[in-house]
Write a protein that binds this ligand. Structure first.
Ligand code: NI
Length: 214
């Protein structure tokens, strides 16, 4: 474990202060911790993984007006100004540009081990009790209804329809979160995901039971 990641975390803290969309500093911290936990078993370059985990949401398309590959550019600026080696910067920035989820049936990119681990860590933090809380926080942030039985979940074929489609927080489970356990890269992440996945399934069952007042 390096303290370099903690130093960077401090540098970007202001940018995430006051976030109410579920992409706050504690999310970044949890992704960093999960990435370290996965790396311990799976291997990979720890420093590259840590830096990419800390910077993975630095300029996400969900918050910058839909621009893709903006995260890598913003991260590069920061890392250059901090004096990191070019080789590390290149590897980190390519991870940041690749790890974002762009829809259920969109093509997955080829990832190296470090990218796989950061992507898994980020996806694990979208699951379980935290995942549920973040989903409703994000839904409120976007002004979406919690649930509407008349709006059906859609398995998006491309990124554009995923980003633009009308949906609800409950639909988000069927459009993304319940699919994630089969889209994890590493065995370690799959093991961690199991309990979180089952918790969400139980939550949805209970939610619908209460909604229908059965
Ligand atoms: Ni994230």
């Amino acid at each position: 474990m390096s303290t370099i990641a903690e130093g960077l975390l401090e540098k970007i803290a202001d940018q995430f202060a006051g976030d109410s969309s579920g992409h706050d500093l504690p999310h970044i911290q949890r992704v960093l911790n999960l990435a370290r936990q996965i790396q311990e078993v799976e291997g990979g370059d720890l420093l590259v993984i840590e830096i990419a985990a800390v910077l993975h949401d630095i300029s996400d398309h969900k918050f910058n007006g839909g621009l893709l590959n903006e995260g890598g550019r913003v991260a590069r600026q920061l890392l250059v100004s901090e004096g990191f080696e070019m080789e590390i910067i290149d590897r980190v920035c390519s991870i940041i540009d690749k790890v974002s989820f762009k829809g259920a049936n969109t093509e997955t990119e080829e990832l190296d081990l470090e990218a796989m681990i950061v992507q898994d860590a980020d996806r694990l933090d979208a699951l379980g009790a935290i995942g549920i809380a973040r989903t409703f926080a994000y839904g409120g942030f976007k002004g979406q209804p919690m649930y509407d039985p008349d709006i059906q979940p859609v398995l998006h074929q491309d990124f554009k329809s995923y980003a633009k489609g009308k949906t609800t927080s409950i639909n988000h489970f069927y459009e993304k979160l319940l699919l994630l356990k089969d889209r994890l890269n590493t065995e370690t992440a799959k093991r961690i995901a199991e309990e979180r996945h089952n918790f969400m399934v139980a939550f949805l069952e209970q939610f619908k039971k209460e909604w229908e007042n059965k």
